[in-house]
Design a binder for this molecule. Sequence first.
Ligand code: GNR
Ligand code: NI
Length: 167
Amino acid sequence: MPILKILQYPDDRLHTVAAPVLQINNNTRTLIRDMAETMYAAPGIGLAATQVDVHQRIIVIDVSEAHDQLLVFINPEITASNGLSDYEEGCLSVPDVYGKVSRAESITVKALDADGKFFTLDASGLLAVCIQHEMDHLQGKVFVEYWSRLKQARVIAKLKKRHRHAM
Ligand code: GNR
Ligand code: NI
């Protein structure tokens, strides 16, 4: 199964707002399988379709240590959020950059699973952080965009420099 290419910040396509999934078909299922494989291979704990240049509201997450608890969220919506917490985040689209973002400490999310079945989930801790991080991707927002323009400029400079050295 193919590993998909992950868009790298700053790429304008990361700012695309994803559209709701209207029908879960074989293409959707194949995409979900490829997204999961890409996430595990990276390795990462979450991946939004936006990051692989597919602009549909689909997220995969697995925060388990054994990497055996895949969660799929199609058309996710947060229906409740409580508290605030700062968590050190990273992103597969922004390699080697880590920093704090303030988010809701706990959330309730509703979505469809890979079979199109509706579910709701109460999440806190890392899972809540990850769901909010991935849902931001679906809205075209990357975690570093919570930071000051100066800090974002430094991130871009660092990534450009890395790019030069990689050639
Ligand atoms: O792999 C990932 N780790 C992570 C760590 C802290 C907060 C959020 C994340 S998500 C990230 C994968 C990713 O970029 N998903 O969009
Ligand atoms: Ni990310």
